[in-house]
Design a protein around this ligand. Sequence first.
Ligand SMILES: O=P(O)(O)OC[C@@H](O)[C@@H](O)c1c[nH]c2ccccc12
Length: 389
Amino acid sequence: MEGLVSPKVSLRTTFYHGPNFSIRRPMNLSKLNRFSVASIRAQQPETKDGAAMVSAVREEANALQMKEWEVDMLQNEVASSQGIRIRRRPPTGPPLHYVGPFEFRIQNEGNTPRNILEKIIWHKDMEVSQLKERRPLHALKKSLENAPPSRDFTGALKEANLRTGLPGLIAEVKKASPSRGILREDFDPVEIAQSYERGGAACLSVLTDEKYFKGSFENLEAIRQAGVKCPLLCKEFVIDAWQIYYARIKGADAILLIAAVLPDLDIRYMVKICKMLGLAALVEVHDEREMDRVLGIEGIELIGINNRNLETFEVDISNTRKLLEGERGQLIRQKDIIVVGESGLFTPDDIAYVQEAGVKAVLVGESIVKQSDPGKGITGLFGKEISLS
Ligand SMILES: O=P(O)(O)OC[C@@H](O)[C@@H](O)c1c[nH]c2ccccc12
């Protein structure tokens, strides 16, 4: 089977690192199983030979399915050896069990997501496979020529920081989240983006996940087409390089890569793709282990420290401080990396606290998107006017 490769390399990576980066997924064996059984039944009525063939096909498909299951387990093992707790979706689920004519899968630890981030990632896996079928990478690559030019996301943050003496603001266009529900009913993404820009945001973050955050790529595209000058971060759950190309085509200037989800090899590879496409990569970490992994990767310019634990949703802004203390902070300064403080920032005191800890930028959603005038919300957040005019 093609997907079976040496365990020396990241198995997860090999699935989409083929020529053209297309996923070399093993075929959907449960479908094959059902299809073959049905087609044999159609040709051979309920004869003895027919029954034997049905059972042979079933056995073979089950054996392959078991193999596929094992490969997937190995893939998750590689990730977990790097401290990654978020597992990838098993491609076909555990082997089918038969009782008489019925087939069913037993729900167990292996085929049920353990937390919300895992749930989001498993859903994203299916979503991306479907999108890729409709628009394969070679087609996407052709559309790159027509994409709006990319703008300097990191530069805009640095400039704002120098100009105001405060962390550069990435203001988030966010309608809802799994932890907070709907944040704003009358949600006009373009109006909110323009208001943020007037209020002095350096950059914007646009959520594109539909199912859990009620965002969309249409929102990203509309904001870009409306002439908003702030560089745009595509806030997605990236698991496949295809999504990076897609974001660029829709007008993104930067993209989020979550270290809790991606093994080192994937981050390295995706950061290179971002550079090639002129996108900034904001690599998000939650804890010391993720920070150390990311600091070991060459070419990283932007690190986000998320104060929200994506597994439990708890927010604690002292996380930013904890991860920037001592040698880590020194290394970050040496490497000239810009750190972004993310989530749970509501007041000028919160901003001062994370700035003191060493961040040069902040990513804020809830506290400003909820205000009737989101741009004025920015003035409230910083305790002073930060717009140019
Ligand atoms: O609304 P808040 O608490 O200000 O948080 C914004 C942003 O940090 C948060 O939306 C976020 C940070 N990392 C993410 C990853 C996926 C989805 C969302 C996020």
